[in-house]
Design a binder for this molecule. Structure first.
Ligand code: GUE
Length: 319
C-alpha cells in the first residue's frame, strides 16, 4: 500500500483563496488587515521564512509591515519596537521571528506582544486561555502549526473523533498546544504525548491511529513503528546533509519508507509548513474581522454579522 498524500500546499492555497475573499469584504468596509514581522539579525533561514510570509500576504491582500533590526539590538530598543507595533492601528497581528540572538530575553519579549495582536497564538495569555478553554467565550488567536495540522486532516476527511493520536515532542510551539487542541470537545481525540523521557516510543507509536511527529530528529519514525493505515503528519524540521551529494537539505522526522505502511502521510516539505503560514494569515484576518465587528458594535450597530469560526476554533458549548 502507498499512503495518500496530505497535501499542505494545496490546502494552503484553498485557505488563502477563502481569506482573499474575506479580505475583500473587509476592504469594502475600509479595513485592510496588516501583519507585522519582527526579524532580528540576518539568519538566512529566518530571512527566507519571513520573505515567504510576506509573499503570502501579498497573495491574500494583507498589508505587510516589516521590521528588520540589527543582530546587536539591545533588549530595550527591541521592546520599544514591540510597543510601537502594539500601538499601530494598521497592524492587526504580528510575529517575532524565532530564534532571537542569545543576548535577548525571548520569554520577556514574547510577553510584551499585545495578546490581541499575537498572530502566532503563543502568548502566555493565549496559551492560558487554551488551557482554560476560555476561547469559547473570548475568541483569541490559536497556535498556527497545531491548527494547521488539524485543519489538514479535517480537509482530507480524516476524522479525529474518538481516535488515538500519538504526539511526539513536548515543545511549546507544537507538541504541548496540539495536545490541548486535540482533546477539546469539538475535536474529541485521545492523546498520548511522548517525549525524550518516554520508555518505549516505538511501542506507543504502534498504537496510534494518527501520529504527529514534532521531535526535530531526522527520520526517527521508522516504518515498523507505524500501524498500517495510520495517518502520519511530519512536522519536524532538521537540517542534514544529503547522503549522496553532501548538500545541506531539510529532513522531516518521518523515514520516507513510512509511505509504504501509512494510510495518509504529510510530506515535508509541502505538508505542515505551508499550513502553518496559512493559519498565521487566518489569525490576522480573524483579528481584523473582530476589530471591525467591535467598531460596528461601538457605533451602535450589532455585531451579529461577526464571522462564524470554523473548527478547531469553533465555539463549544461545554469544556
Ligand atoms: N515566531 C515564529 N513563528 C513561527 O511560526 C516560526 C518561527 N518563529 N521561527 C521558525 C519556525 C519555522 N517555521 C516554518 C513555517 C513554515 C515553513 C514552510 O512553509 N516550509 C515549506 C518549505 C520552505 C523551504 O523551502 O524551506 C514547506 O514545508 O513546504 C517552514 C518553517 C515557522 N516558525
Amino acid at each position: 500500500m502507498r499512503a495518500r498524500i496530505l497535501d499542505g500546499t494545496k490546502a494552503a492555497t484553498e485557505i488563502k483563496a477563502d481569506l482573499a475573499a474575506r479580505v475583500a469584504v473587509l476592504a469594502e468596509a475600509g479595513l485592510r488587515p496588516g501583519l507585522g514581522t519582527v526579524l532580528v539579525g540576518e539568519d538566512p533561514a529566518s530571512q527566507k521564512y519571513v520573505a515567504a510570509k510576506h509573499r503570502d500576504c501579498q497573495e491574500v491582500g494583507i498589508n505587510s509591515i516589516r521590521c528588520e533590526l540589527p543582530a546587536d539590538i539591545t533588549q530595550e530598543d527591541l521592546e520599544a519596537e514591540l510597543k510601537r507595533l502594539n500601538e499601530d492601528p494598521e497592524c492587526h497581528g504580528y510575529i517575532v521571528q524565532l530564534p532571537l540572538p542569545a543576548h535577548l530575553d525571548t520569554d520577556r519579549v514574547l510577553e510584551l506582544v499585545d495578546p490581541d495582536k499575537d498572530a502566532d497564538g503563543l502568548h502566555p495569555i493565549n496559551l492560558g486561555r487554551l488551557v482554560l478553554n476560555a476561547n469559547r467565550s473570548i475568541t483569541t488567536p490559536l497556535p498556527c502549526t497545531p491548527r494547521g495540522v488539524i485543519d489538514l486532516l479535517v480537509r482530507n476527511g480524516v476524522d479525529l473523533g474518538g481516535k488515538h493520536v500519538v504526539v511526539i515532542g513536548r515543545g511549546v510551539t507544537v507538541g504541548r498546544p496540539i495536545s490541548l487542541l486535540l482533546t477539546r470537545r469539538d475535536v474529541n481525540a485521545t492523546v498520548t504525548l511522548v517525549h525524550t523521557g518516554t520508555r518505549d516510543v516505538a511501542e506507543e507509536v504502534r498504537r496510534a491511529d494518527v501520529v504527529v511527529a514534532a521531535a526535530g530528529v531526522a527520520h526517527m519514525i521508522r516504518p515498523d513503528w507505524v500501524k498500517p493505515g495510520a495517518a502520519v503528519l511530519d512536522v519536524g524540521v532538521s537540517r542534514t546533509a544529503d547522503p549522496v551529494t553532501g548538500r545541506p537539505r531539510i529532513s522531516g522526522d518521518v523515514d520516507p519508507e513510512v509511505a509504504e505502511v501509512a494510510g495518509w502521510l504529510s510530506p515535508n516539505p509541502g505538508g505542515v509548513g505551508p499550513m502553518t503560514r496559512a493559519l498565521l494569515l487566518t489569525n490576522v484576518v480573524e483579528t481584523a474581522e473582530r476589530a471591525l465587528a467591535s467598531q460596528r458594535a461601538g457605533a451602535g450597530d450589532t455585531d451579529d454579522d461577526a464571522p462564524a469560526q470554523t473548527s478547531p476554533n469553533a465555539q463549544t458549548k461545554d469544556a
